[in-house]
Each structure stands twice: as structure tokens, then as C-alpha cells.
Design a protein around this ligand. Structure first.
Ligand SMILES: Cc1cc2nc3c(=O)[nH]c(=O)nc-3n(C[C@H](O)[C@H](O)[C@H](O)COP(=O)(O)OP(=O)(O)OC[C@H]3O[C@@H](n4cnc5c(N)ncnc54)[C@H](O)[C@@H]3O)c2cc1C
Length: 311
């Protein structure tokens, strides 16, 4: 079995930042990634909120992070999904599709996936008007007409955020009321540029090079309509990629199965840390994932080497 001091699962922003700090601290560090390294950052068409880069494609930013991390001497295993974890003993055992590894400490940085609508046109117009993140992409729709799909807290928060940027925000919700906090709903009611389309479902996204319209069906009347819009924000929740960690005894923070971490990125199990979108951190951005990855790596260093001083 290959042996390391630190294993990081997931080579996105959190995992790569952790890798850089782990290797630079002198830890024998391995990153295991089920796809090619880079993570969700690579899915962002344009990133305009990562300090140091006024505007950069997500693909380029992700590649820069990967190359930086590789330079520090981290060992990479790509296209190798982690299938199970044994985390309760002193040695953490990581089983992949290919083999097994062991380490003194582990950082879970497996990210999350946004829930999709699975309607015609969604895949085709991803990044061309279809977005899953208001904070990331809202500023691209200044003064334009956008639609938000969903009826929970995330959809309502995104609606409020977009109401300050877009010309008009249409909210498409398949029920007749929101299942969100009252304060959010009351706030939405005060926004003159927000229109709620109750009992409607979005059935198709249309366009040419970019989104031009959406097809809706009213669940009560069966009536269909085509509504011209510039952007579609799908806000029906996100799921952390935490299955293997939870199966190994890592405690979730809530029903959504995000990994519960403290401010040191520690989980409930000694030597097991988590960082980025897979955790219960309230913000899911590249910058916050990087920050959590750094903390997790430095805490893992203290856990492994147990120096008498604090770094
Ligand atoms: C379309 C889009 C646009 C965005 N735009 C912006 C933006 O403009 N600005 C911004 O700050 N944020 C943006 N975000 C959010 C940002 O990309 C994420 O918050 C951030 O990348 C999360 O980093 P992470 O390392 O936690 O997770 P990820 O980047 O998702 O990395 C997790 C990695 O773990 C791997 N993995 C998962 N399970 C396993 C397994 N079992 N075995 C091995 N590997 C595994 C995954 O393949 C992935 O590479 C955007 C997100 C999306 C989807």
C-alpha cells in the first residue's frame, strides 16, 4: 500500500490550495481526483471575483491552480475515483478504483454538485445564459430580464440579490407559495422588479448562441407560454459530494449532508478535515474554498507533526 502523510480527496480549488500548503510545509502529500484536476472552477465561463484576476476564464484559472500545485511536488492521481474510506483508525485508508493508500491525515475536498432541471436546452445553454450561481453570474445580467427557478431559501436569496442588478426578475415556482424564511418572502414582496409565476414549471430553454426564452406550463390550467429572457438561474438546491465520507463515520451538518466542520476545518473524526463546497460553510465560492483548503492543510500539518509551536 502506498503511504503518505497527507491525502487530499478532490483536486478543485480547496484541494489544490490544501495541496500547495501541505507540500510547502514538507508533508508527503497525495491528491486523488476522479476526473482531471481543476474541479468546478473550470466550469465557470468567466470569473470576475477572484482577487488578482479582473477577468479570467474558469478553465484558465483552474489550469493555473493545477500547474502551481504540481510544481510544489504534490503527487497527483487523476481519473481515479475514491470508492470508500476507512477513517476511524490512526491510519486513514483510502480505497480507489485502482488501489489503496494510507495516510496520517486526510482532507475531504470533494465539492458539491448543483441540482439540474433536466429540461431541453439546459445543457446546451449552460454558461450561455443558464447559471446555477447568482453571486457568480448575476453581474453579467445588469439591466436584463432573468428568470429564477425554485421556491426555497436559495431561490429567494438569489432573487433578492438579482433584483438589485437585473432589470426584471421572474420567479418560476411550481407551487402556490414559497417554502422559504418569512423575512425573505416579505422582502421579495417589496421588490417592484420581481414578478412571481406561481404554479408554473419551466419545460424548455430556447435560444441561438445564448438564451432567448423559456417555455412554461401552468400546472393548474395546463396553459403553456413562451417568455423572452436573457438568463436562467436554476436554484433548486445543491448536493455535497459527501457519500463516502459519511459512510465512513464523518458527521453531516444537516439533512443536505454537507460535512460539519469547525473553524479549523476539523470534522468529528481525529485527523479528518474537510474543505470547500462539501462542507457546511455558508459561502460556496472559489475564494472561500481556497481559504478553507489552506486552513485544513495547516491544521493537518499540526495534527501530523504535533509541533510545540502553532503555525
Ligand atoms: C458554472 C459555475 C460557475 C461558477 N462561477 C464562479 C465564479 O465566477 N466565482 C466563484 O468564486 N465561484 C464560482 N463558482 C463556484 C466555485 O466554482 C466553487 O465554489 C468552487 O470551485 C468549489 O471548490 P471545491 O474545491 O470545494 O470543489 P470542486 O471545485 O467541485 O472540486 C471537487 C473535486 O472533487 C472531485 N471528486 C468528487 N468526488 C470524488 C471522489 N469520490 N473521488 C475523487 N475525486 C472526487 C471532483 O471531481 C472535483 O474535481 C461557480 C460554480 C459553477 C458550477
Amino acid at each position: 500500500m502506498e503511504s503518505y502523510e497527507l491525502i487530499i480527496v478532490g483536486a478543485g480549488a480547496a484541494g489544490l490550495a490544501a495541496g500547495i500548503y501541505g507540500a510547502r510545509s514538507g508533508l508527503k502529500t497525495l491528491i486523488i481526483e476522479e476526473k482531471l484536476a481543476g474541479g468546478t472552477t473550470g466550469d465557470a465561463p468567466i470569473v470576475e471575483n477572484y482577487p488578482g484576476f479582473a477577468s479570467i476564464s474558469g478553465g484558465e484559472l483552474a489550469e493555473k491552480m493545477v500547474q502551481h500545485c504540481k510544481k510544489t511536488g504534490v503527487v497527483f492521481r487523476e481519473l481515479e475515483p475514491v470508492v470508500s474510506l476507512d477513517l476511524k483508525g490512526e491510519k486513514k485508508i483510502v480505497k480507489t478504483s485502482r488501489t489503496e493508500y494510507e495516510a496520517m491525515a486526510i482532507i475531504i475536498a470533494t465539492g458539491a454538485h448543483y441540482r439540474e432541471l433536466n429540461v431541453k436546452g439546459e445543457l446546451e445553454f449552460k454558461g450561455k445564459g443558464v447559471s446555477y450561481c447568482g453571486v457568480c453570474d448575476g453581474p453579467f445580467f445588469k439591466g436584463k430580464r432573468v428568470v429564477v427557478v425554485g421556491g426555497g431559501n436559495t431561490a429567494c436569496t438569489t432573487t433578492l440579490y438579482l433584483s438589485g442588478l437585473a432589470g426584471e426578475v421572474l420567479v418560476v415556482h411550481r407551487k402556490g407559495e414559497f417554502r422559504a424564511e418569512k423575512a425573505l418572502v416579505s422582502d421579495i414582496e417589496t421588490k417592484s422588479n420581481v414578478k412571481i409565476m406561481w404554479n408554473n414549471e419551466l419545460t424548455e430553454i430556447k435560444g441561438d448562441k445564448v438564451v432567448k426564452s423559456v417555455m412554461l406550463i401552468n400546472g393548474q390550467t395546463g396553459e403553456t407560454s413562451e417568455v423572452p429572457v436573457d438568463g436562467v438561474f436554476v436554484q433548486i438546491g445543491e448536493s455535497p459530494n459527501s457519500v463516502q465520507a459519511l459512510e465512513a463515520g464523518v458527521a453531516p451538518a444537516d439533512d443536505e449532508c454537507a460535512i460539519n466542520v469547525d473553524m479549523h476545518q476539523r470534522t468529528n473524526l481525529p485527523g479528518v478535515f474537510a474543505a470547500g463546497d462539501v462542507t457546511n460553510h455558508p459561502v460556496m465560492q472559489i475564494g472561500t474554498a481556497v481559504g478553507q483548503g489552506i486552513t485544513a492543510a495547516l491544521e493537518a500539518y499540526s495534527y501530523i507533526r504535533r509541533p510545540y509551536y502553532r503555525i
